[in-house]
Design a protein around this ligand. Structure first.
Ligand code: HEM
Length: 387
């Protein structure tokens, strides 16, 4: 690591986090998302903007881009933290000095030139127990840790499901993999429940969520970070057959995500579009003559996996998005109502999109949407008919 990159990293891990924490404590004491025109706080904001700009400029001036793509991605995360914090504190000015570095890193990797969920979760090397965070608030650490653990559990599920098609759905090995997928989904639900218990609603709303907003790099605005920017959740959707890459609504969900994921996740997401859904494979084999014992057991397990997946996502919708975002938002003053979401659209539009995804994942029919309900019922009937 060059000394300019090391200095920037050290600053992000120390002074940057302390300055943000000081500002957050002041906002929290006033129970507001931001305090403007306060001389003491303005001094802290200016220091944050100036120091980050200077350190980022030193990297660009010394042409010290890391050779290793992982290190470049981590550095993009750090520059993104700095720009995200400037946006959060509504500071405008010297941070433009970091734009060339963000752009250079983004274009060298084929990703959006901003920080995303992967920078917080998986490209975030811990040093002496601490990974990079915006603040030193315990709730931020809790939020990132349990989001990332849930994403790891989704990844475990996707990996197991992805291995089944080449074995065949009636293989005894498929039973093991389906069981592993079920365990992975139990873990998603477990980590989500721990998060909902440990995270303080007000801390999340006032001090953590505001860093995830969209921000500009040069003339372009890039949407904010969310824990959905990894391929596994979509691999599971498509592998189970609950969402289809032929559905225009779902196509838009996939297409929008690519720049907000690391290059290797983009490659994984691309493979989902050409996969035969396991649901189709189970129906095909079950309809093709009398049901064999292993096929029956595996189909039963498969239906449990689908139910568990729907339940884990319903928890996200009703126990995380609802209490941590939708409900506190009703108390936000009118002038802040249009600035509440990570993706940019108004909150009710974001909630409606998430609700549609929740219905797809639970195979709940809704007018005008493609649902897997009829196919799942058909598989259930085939199983019942030969019970
Ligand atoms: C307090 C906790 C959480 C809150 C308030 C929350 C809120 C949200 C919101 C508002 C979005 C939509 C972003 C936008 O378009 O603006 C979103 C997306 C998403 N979140 Fe969370 N989230 C939380 C935790 C988690 C956890 C633990 C996971 C598990 C990995 C997760 C997985 C996802 C996924 C997969 C998406 C993308 C939409 C999709 O494909 O379903 N979230 N979240």
């Amino acid at each position: 690591m060059s000394s300019a990159v090391a200095d920037f990293d050290r600053w992000i891990r120390n002074d940057f986090a302390h300055l943000n924490t000081e500002l957050e404590e002041a906002y929290f004491a006033a129970r507001t998302q931001i305090l403007l025109d306060c001389a003491e706080l303005d001094g802290i904001k200016q220091r944050l903007m100036r120091e980050g700009a200077e350190l980022a400029r030193r990297i660009t001036d010394s042409r010290a881009m890391p050779q290793d793509p992982h290190m470049r991605y981590e550095l993009l995360g750090s520059v993104g933290y700095y720009l995200g914090a400037c946006r959060r504190h509504e500071i405008d000015g010297a941070q433009a000095a970091a734009w060339p570095l963000a752009r250079l890193l983004g274009s060298s990797l084929g990703v959006a030139p901003r920080f995303v969920f992967a920078h917080q979760a998986f490209y975030n090397r811990a040093v002496r127990d601490r990974f990079r965070t915006f603040t030193s608030l315990e709730d931020e650490r809790t939020f990132i840790t349990y989001n990332a653990l849930a994403a790891l559990a989704y990844q475990r599920t996707a990996t197991s499901l992805g291995r089944i098609s080449q074995l065949g759905v009636s293989s005894p090995l498929a039973a093991y993999l389906l069981q592993d997928a079920l365990t992975g989904l139990d873990e998603v639900l477990h980590f989500s429940k721990v998060l909902s218990k440990q995270l303080d609603t007000e801390r999340f709303f006032f001090n953590i969520r505001p860093y995830f907003k969209p921000y500009r790099v040069g003339g372009v605005e890039y949407r904010g970070a969310n824990a959905g920017d990894f391929a596994a959740i979509n691999s599971i959707d498509v592998l189970l057959g609950l969402c289809s890459p032929y559905d225009p609504f779902y196509q838009a969900v996939l297409a929008e995500k690519y720049p907000y994921m690391p290059p290797e996740e983009q490659a994984l997401l691309r493979t989902t579009t050409a996969t035969e859904p396991l649901l189709d494979a189970f129906i095909r084999e079950s309809a093709d003559g009398p049901l064999t014992p292993q096929l029956r057991d595996n189909a039963d397990l498969f239906l449990s996996v689908c139910r568990r997946f729907g339940a884990a996502y319903a928890f996200h919708h009703h126990q995380l998005v609802g209490p941590f975002l939708k409900e506190p938002a009703t108390y936000a003053p009118p002038e802040q109502q249009s600035d509440l979401t990570a993706s940019g659209p108004p909150l009710d539009v974001v909630i409606e999109n998430l609700s549609r995804l929740s219905d797809l994942r639970a195979a709940r029919p809704r007018p005008g949407a493609t649902s897997a309900r009829a196919s799942l019922d058909k598989l259930r009937e085939l199983l019942d008919a030969t019970a």
